[in-house]
Structure formats: structure tokens, C-alpha cells
Design a protein around this ligand. Structure first.
Ligand SMILES: C[S@@+](CC[C@H](N)C(=O)[O-])C[C@H]1O[C@@H](n2cnc3c(N)ncnc32)[C@H](O)[C@@H]1O
Length: 198
């Protein structure tokens, strides 16, 4: 299948030891908006196979910590002491309880995505529900005052509802479709900077 053919970013990820090419999306988001900070407590939602978490852990250089949650396991070679990964569904109360136990966080990242069906209405609807849940979690004290939220959304659904809600909660809201997003993909990223007091 054409989509599986290693492209520039897939080959670069292989060479640089990242389990997925998606790392270059986070890299570009960080280069544009400076979303990562040394010493930060970071939650990575949809963390499997682990590229984003690995990028953040390298950036943190042993400071702060990373908590990763995904339906699937993370496949990193090493798990540094400032990291904690677990399998869970973000819609489940027991997952939220673990996230709260390990939190709060200064930065919430979500590259979470549903398994795609090829039906754009279904896929954008599922992506919307994931973002809606991530935003629901981030609007509580799980994400600290002045905190940052980055989340992936499939375009073509109700993403304006999300950006409107984000504007109420963050002093700045940006969108970015990084270069590493495949041409045929309809994903983009919503970035909330400077969480307001709730
Ligand atoms: C594109 S992958 C993430 C790639 C990751 N950022 C990386 O760089 O390695 C999307 C992930 O979202 C996860 N996901 C989807 N629905 C989820 C849910 N309800 N709870 C937790 N994770 C979920 C999937 O299992 C999948 O691993």
C-alpha cells in the first residue's frame, strides 16, 4: 500500500531511532510555538508507539516527567525514571484516576487518533470525540494555570466548536498543519497557550 511506503520522514525517524515518523510533527509544533519547557510535567495522550514521548524525554534531559497513556503499549527501548506509561482508554474513569494520581501537568499533548474506517464523517466524528475528551480533562486542574495543550484533530467535522471552547480557556489558540503530515491526511493540530484560571 502506497501509504506504508517509507517516505523522507519515516526514513529519518528510523535513522534517528524514533519508532514513528509523527515525531517531526511535534518537532515543528515546538519549533513554531515553543510548547515544551525544561522541567515541565508532560502528559502524552495516545503515546504509542512512543515517538512523541521519546522526543519530550530527550528535550527534558532528565528534568520534569512524562506520563503516557494509550490503548496500546509503548515500544521504547528504555524507560527513564522520569517517565510512566500505562495502557488505558481516556474515556474510562479508572484511566482518569491514574492520570490524576500522577498529575497535575504543565503540558498536555494529544496525538490520539481513532482507527480510520475510510468514511470521513465517521473518522472526523471519532477524532472530535477524542479531542472533546482531552479538552474536558485539560479544562480541569489536571492542566495547570498557564499550561499548554496540543491536540490532533481530523478536519471536516466540528473543530470550530473546539477552537471556540479553547479560546475561552487559553489566552492564545493556534492551528498548525505540520510539513510531516501526509498529503492525503486531513489531520491538523490545535494549540492552546497560556491556560486561563478556571
Ligand atoms: C498516531 S498514534 C500516536 C503516535 C504517537 N504520538 C507517537 O509519536 O508515537 C495515535 C494513538 O492514539 C491512541 N488512542 C486512540 N484512542 C484512544 C483512547 N480512547 N485512549 C487512549 N489512546 C487512544 C491509539 O491507540 C494510537 O496509538
Amino acid at each position: 500500500m502506497g501509504r506504508e511506503k517509507p517516505d523522507f520522514y519515516a526514513l529519518k525517524a528510523q535513522k534517528e531511532g524514533y519508532p514513528a515518523r509523527s515525531v517531526y510533527k511535534l518537532e515543528e509544533i515546538h519549533q513554531k510555538f515553543g510548547v515544551l519547557k525544561r522541567g515541565a510535567r508532560v502528559l502524552d495522550v495516545g503515546s504509542s508507539p512512543g515517538s512523541w514521548s521519546l522526543y519530550v524525554l530527550k528535550f527534558l534531559k532528565g528534568s520534569g516527567f512524562v506520563v503516557g497513556v494509550d490503548l496500546n503499549p509503548v515500544t521504547l527501548k528504555e524507560f527513564p525514571p522520569n517517565s510512566f506509561f500505562f495502557q488505558g482508554d481516556i474515556f474510562e474513569p479508572k484511566t482518569e484516576a491514574t492520570l490524576r494520581d500522577k498529575g497535575p501537568y504543565d503540558i498536555v499533548l494529544s496525538d490520539a487518533a481513532p482507527l480510520t474506517t475510510g468514511n470521513r464523517v465517521v473518522d472526523t466524528g471519532r477524532s472530535f470525540r477524542l479531542c472533546d475528551r482531552v479538552l474536558e480533562l485539560a479544562s480541569t486542574d489536571l492542566l495547570t494555570h498557564q499550561g499548554t495543550l496540543v491536540m490532533k484533530i481530523f478536519q471536516g467535522g466540528d473543530e470550530k466548536l473546539l477552537t471556540d471552547r479553547m479560546r475561552e480557556q487559553f489566552t492564545q489558540v493556534k492551528t498548525l498543519r505540520p510539513q510531516a503530515v501526509r498529503r492525503e491526511s486531513f489531520e491538523t493540530y490545535l494549540i492552546g497557550l497560556g491556560k486561563r484560571r478556571s
